[in-house]
Design a protein around this ligand. Structure first.
Ligand code: GLN
Length: 451
């Protein structure tokens, strides 16, 4: 099985994988075979997996898509990687992503963009573009990813695969290279909701090494897969069907909603009035946290160090100037600015207040419905290069995923059709399903019934 995927990876030109090492993979596969033969196997023993290159690994390099960490090898495995290793998965390699997970198209990777397997002239989405493309192109049956403001859901949507971001705090952030710590959350991408549930079962759990890890009883996220959807109330936020939504995406999403009605669900119109504000709020809070998290990359402790410099200060400056890409620098500047004396109250504190209101919008909505559905992104995948020089155009495309992240709620994306017209007919559309806190099992049930 591992060899099968290694062959497919070797033959692929999507740039989804950053590091592969067939020898290591086959060694792990042999160990899994031995475990299977001994009768001491679990559900994931021998299952090939690949990890987003933002999870640190002891054997493989961990670059986070950055020149800063081009040759970085961690002395330890991330908790998520450790859990999968213990479950007996076989690592196929590490997956390309936007630099430090900042982006919506995977074009911010120092190691080059990933191509969308459905249409190689399109972006795969981001930041977990390598993860979603690998599943769509059958380069791996299971992958890990992270979502700070949509990076599991949006690439899953653009690549026509299934991904879930669980409730904030469910998956340990230990060893996940930090972008915005109050938002970062790991999760799986796979072909189906059922596969996602199996992976989620393995990767969640309390971790004392992550200060925001939640202490909860172990649960089987797939326990309700076959439950009927009779009587399910689906909230349809009117703000998710606004002017900015492309007609072909709207049509695919509305068709999916009609399918759900046939499955016994009822549609309830709801309002999430602060949706529009999620963009400015996120793009204040995430850069603020990033500017703080990324201060550790100083050329001394981790990663890239400039070749020549006069003194310590110049070494810091040159190492950071050379090591970080344009989008990362932009966010560090924005973050340092909104946290600085005189601007902190006006921007950062204000954003925190509105973040609270966004969470309250959801709380009010969940009094009227069981799950919320809408589009993942306003359009299908765009052309590679078409928005690469326009950061704001990228930010605006995050409109439907950011609020879920700001509230810490679980959300997923499942494929629900394709765009329209000569070009878009090859580009998938994702349906977003948002749940209340800890409703992952319900989300997977709702997704599974559609699939
Ligand atoms: N597109 C968003 C950003 O650029 C979200 C990225 C993410 O979820 N990691 O920050």
């Amino acid at each position: 099985l591992a060899q099968h995927y290694l062959n497919r990876i070797a033959a692929s030109d999507l740039n989804a994988f950053l590091h592969v090492n067939p020898e290591w993979t086959l060694q792990q596969a042999a160990a899994a075979d031995a475990r299977l033969a001994s009768g001491n196997a679990g559900v994931l023993t021998g299952v090939p997996i690949a990890h987003k290159d933002i999870f640190v690994t002891r054997d493989w390099r961990s670059t986070a898509g950055s020149r800063m960490l081009e040759n970085y090898v961690s002395p330890f495995d991330a908790t998520v990687v450790d859990l999968f290793n213990k479950a007996g998965t076989v690592t196929l390699g590490k997956l390309n992503c936007d630099e430090f997970a900042m982006g919506s198209s995977n074009e911010n990777s120092y190691f080059g963009a990933v191509k969308n397997p459905w249409d190689q002239t399109a972006v795969p989405g981001g930041s977990s573009g390598g993860s979603a493309a690998a599943i769509a192109a059958r380069l791996a049956p299971a992958v890990t990813a992270t979502d700070t403001g949509g990076s599991i859901r949006q690439p899953a949507s653009f690549c026509g695969v299934t991904g879930i971001k669980p409730t904030y705090g469910s998956v340990s952030r230990y060893g996940m290279i930090a972008f915005a710590s109050s938002l970062d959350q790991g999760g799986p991408i796979a072909q189906t909701a059922e596969d996602c549930g199996i992976l989620l079962n393995a990767m969640t759990g309390f971790d004392e090494r992550d200060s925001t890890s939640l202490e909860r009883k172990k649960e089987d996220f797939n326990r309700d897969l076959s439950k009927s959807l009779q009587g399910l109330r689906i909230g349809v936020p009117k703000e998710f069907f606004s002017d900015g939504l492309a007609a072909d995406v709207e049509q695919a999403v509305r068709a999916a909603l009609a399918e759900y009605e046939k499955l016994g669900a009822t549609l309830v119109e709801i309002s999430l009035p602060k949706t529009e504000l999620s963009i400015p709020v996120y793009y204040v809070i995430a850069p603020a946290e990033a500017s703080s998290n990324l201060s550790r990359f100083d050329g001394v402790r981790y990663g890239h160090r400039a070749a020549d410099y006069k003194d310590l200060n110049e070494m810091y400056k040159k190492s950071r100037a050379e090591g970080f890409g344009a989008e990362v620098k932009r966010r560090i500047l924005v973050g340092a600015y909104v946290l600085s004396h005189g601007y902190y109250d006006a921007y950062y504190l204000q954003a925190q207040r509105i973040r609270r209101l966004i969470a309250q919008d959801f709380a009010a909505a969940f009094e009227k419905c069981d799950v919320i559905m809408g589009p993942v992104a306003p359009t299908v995948a765009w052309d590679l290069g078409s928005k690469a020089d326009d950061p704001v155009a990228n930010y605006l495309a995050d409109i439907f995923t950011l609020s879920t992240s700001l509230a810490g709620l679980p959300g997923m994306s499942i494929p629900c059709g394709f765009g329209q017209g000569e070009k878009n007919a090859k580009r998938p559309v994702g349906l977003q399903i948002i749940g209340n806190y800890f409703d992952e099992a319900k989300l997977l049930n709702v997704a599974h019934q559609f699939q």
